[in-house]
Design a protein around this ligand. Structure first.
Ligand code: GMT
Length: 377
C-alpha cells in the first residue's frame, strides 16, 4: 500500500490503549508510514527515537476564566494544526470520548478533508454506566468517524446494545510485540523476590475500582494460608491506599511487594507463576495477553472481552467476577500441578504468537486506512 502520513491521538499515560496506540505506531513506521502522535505528553512506551515518528504535545492553557482546562478544544486545535502542516492522510484516534469528537472538530477545521478512524477501548462505553447523559455525545463521535474499530467482539456488541450507532464497527483485537514479551529468564530477579523459591503471583493495573484489586489481595491471603507464596502488585491509582491497608489488615505484608508504576514489565511478568486479573469489566485485558506471551497463565474474571484473550482451561482460568473461592482454587490448581502449568504456559506462548503477534492486526488497520483514504479521494 502507499505510504501514509498518519496522525495518532491517545491518552499517553500508563494504560492499554496508550500502549496499543504507540505499538501500532511503531509497527506502521516499520512498514514505511510516517506517524504523528498528538497527545498531552510523550507516551510512556515511546522510548526510542525514530525520525518517522513525531510527537506533538497538547499544552494546557491556564486562564482564570476557565474552571477546567478545555482539553478537548486544545486537542482539536492541535489535531487540525498538525493535519494541515504535515498534510495528514488519516487521523487515528483512540477513544470516542473525547478524541473522536476532537477529531470531528479538527476535520471541520480542515474543510472536511481529514478521514478519521476511531478505536474503541471500552472505557468510553463504561462511562455510560456512570452518566447516561453522555450517550448522545459518544454516539456522535462514533457516527462522525469514517471508520470505527473495537478491540473485542464483546465491546462491539456492548456498543451496539447501549448506543445503537448507525455505524459498523470492525473487530481488530489488540496485539503484543513478541520480541519484547517472551518468557525471559531472570533467575536473579526471581531469587530477590522469592528467595526460598516460593511461587509468585502478580497483578498489574491502574488500581481503579473496576480492577477489584481487593480480590487480588483476598485471593492471595487465602492461597498464602495453603502454601508459601509471594505477591507482586504493580501500578498505581485511586485504590492504592485502600489496598495497602487491606494487605496489612490481612497480615500478609511480609509477602507482598508494591512495585509502583513500571514502564518495562516484561521481566516482571516473566518471573511470575500466575497473573491475577479479577476485574469487574475488561473490554480486552491487555495485561493478560502480555502474560500469555511471557508464558504466565492468567486467572481472570469471566467477563467482557477476556474470554476472547484467555482460553479457559487451556491458557488460564476464567472465573465469575468476585468469586474469590473460585479464584483461589484455580490458582492452587496451577501452583500444585506442574505439568498442567507447563501445558498452559506453552499453549499461551503459542496462542500469543499465532493470534496476537501483530502482523494480522497491522494489516487490518492498514486496510481500514486504505478504505477511508479511498473514500475521501
Ligand atoms: O482499563 C483501564 O483502566 C485502562 C483502559 C485504557 O485506556 O487503556 O483499558 C481499556 O483498554 C485496554 C486496551 O484496549 C483494554 O485492554 C482494557 O481491557 C480496557 N479497559 C476496560 O475495558 C476497563
Amino acid at each position: 500500500m502507499r505510504r501514509l502520513r498518519i496522525g495518532v491521538s491517545c491518552f499517553p499515560s500508563v494504560g492499554g490503549s496508550g500502549v496499543v496506540a504507540i505499538e501500532l505506531g511503531k509497527a506502521l513506521v516499520q512498514r514505511g508510514h510516517t506517524v504523528h502522535v498528538i497527545a498531552h505528553e510523550v507516551p510512556f512506551r515511546l522510548q526510542t527515537f525514530d525520525p518517522c515518528m513525531m510527537v506533538h504535545e497538547v499544552h494546557p492553557v491556564m486562564y482564570d476564566t476557565f474552571r477546567y482546562t478545555p482539553y478537548d478544544l486544545l486537542m482539536a486545535a492541535k489535531m487540525a494544526q498538525v493535519a494541515k502542516r504535515y498534510c495528514l492522510d488519516v487521523l487515528h484516534v483512540h477513544y470516542a470520548f473525547p478524541h473522536a469528537l476532537c477529531a470531528f472538530l479538527a476535520k471541520t477545521m480542515c474543510g472536511g478533508a481529514l478521514p478519521i478512524v476511531t478505536t474503541l477501548h471500552g472505557t468510553d462505553i463504561s462511562l455510560l454506566a456512570i452518566d447516561e447523559g453522555l450517550a448522545d455525545v459518544i454516539r456522535l463521535g462514533i457516527e462522525q468517524s469514517d471508520a470505527v474499530t473495537a478491540v473485542s467482539q464483546h465491546l462491539i456488541d456492548q456498543t451496539m446494545e447501549q448506543l445503537a450507532p448507525k455505524k459498523s464497527i470492525h473487530r481488530i483485537v489488540n496485539f503484543v510485540d513478541t520480541t519484547v514479551f517472551y518468557p525471559r529468564r531472570c533467575p536473579l530477579l526471581r531469587a530477590r523476590i522469592a528467595p526460598d523459591g516460593q511461587p509468585i503471583l502478580l497483578h498489574v493495573s491502574n488500581f481503579r475500582a473496576i480492577k477489584r484489586v481487593h480480590d487480588v489481595v483476598e485471593t492471595f491471603a487465602r492461597v498464602r494460608q495453603a502454601m508459601p507464596a509471594k505477591l507482586l502488585l504493580a501500578g498505581e491509582g485511586p485504590e492504592l491506599n485502600r489496598i495497602e491497608c487491606l494487605v496489612r489488615a490481612r497480615g500478609v505484608e511480609a509477602d507482598v511487594l508494591f512495585v509502583g508504576k513500571q514502564n518495562e514489565v516484561a521481566d516482571l511478568i516473566s518471573i511470575a507463576d500466575v497473573m491475577l486479573l479479577p476485574s469487574e469489566m475488561e473490554s480486552f485485558g491487555l495485561v493478560a495477553l502480555e502474560a500469555m506471551a511471557c508464558g504466565v497463565p492468567t486467572v481472570a474474571s469471566d467477563i467482557g472481552g477476556l474470554p476472547e484473550v484467555v482460553l479457559d482451561g487451556v491458557t488460564g482460568f476464567l472465573r465469575p467476577v468476585g468469586d474469590v473461592d473460585a479464584f483461589v482454587d484455580a490458582v492452587l490448581v496451577l501452583l500444585r500441578d506442574a505439568p498442567l502449568h507447563a501445558a498452559f504456559r506453552e499453549a499461551g506462548i503459542a496462542r500469543a504468537r499465532a493470534v496476537f503477534g501483530g502482523a494480522a492486526q497491522v494489516d487490518a488497520y492498514e486496510a481500514v486506512y486504505a478504505s477511508v483514504c479511498a473514500k475521501g479521494a
